[in-house]
Design a protein around this ligand. Structure first.
Ligand SMILES: [Fe+2]
Ligand SMILES: [Fe+2]
Length: 159
């Protein structure tokens, strides 16, 4: 099992790749598939990250930067739901997606460069393996819950 920081960073690398492919691919169904994967991955990543990383960090220290970065999850989630409710081949979708891309890239940069160093100071190194396992397990559970939306989207594609 990877340690917590490696598991999160590996996810971020996949999210970056998916964002680029969504931005660069205009034809369905490739873009829709990449979007559905991004949505499902980020939804489950965020739930697992809050439990495995932020809850530990915020239990160890009253860190307002960590609290604010964790709170960005709500706005990102709301923007993803807005995108799900918007016709994908529209200017509105493209505009909202551009905002999501910028905001999300900024968010994961902040996690890697600002939150990880804070967490390394506050969370005992001996807990990082257990936290990594918790992250992977929690993400798998959350991904199953995010699945119905994905199945719905794919069924729509086949209509
Ligand atoms: Fe995050
Ligand atoms: Fe993250």
């Amino acid at each position: 099992m990877p340690d917590l920081y490696t598991a999160i960073r590996d996810d971020h690398d996949e999210h970056r790749a998916l964002l680029s492919s969504i931005a660069d691919t205009w034809e369905d169904p490739a873009r829709r598939k990449a979007w559905v994967r991004f949505y499902t991955e980020v939804k489950s990543h965020t739930v697992a990250e809050e439990e495995a990383l932020y809850s530990r960090l915020l239990a160890a220290t009253e860190d307002s930067t960590a609290r604010e970065t964790a709170r960005e999850h709500e706005a990102l989630d709301a923007l993803m739901e807005e995108l799900n409710g918007t016709e994908m081949n529209s200017l509105a979708w493209a505009t909202k997606f551009k905002k999501l891309q910028e905001d999300y890239l900024h968010h994961i940069e902040a996690e890697e460069h600002d939150i990880f160093p804070r967490a390394r100071r506050e969370i005992p190194a001996g807990e990082i393996g257990v936290a990594g396992d918790q992250f992977v397990q929690r993400k798998a559970e959350a991904r199953r819950l995010a699945m119905p939306a994905r199945r719905g989207d794919l069924e729509e594609l086949e209509d």
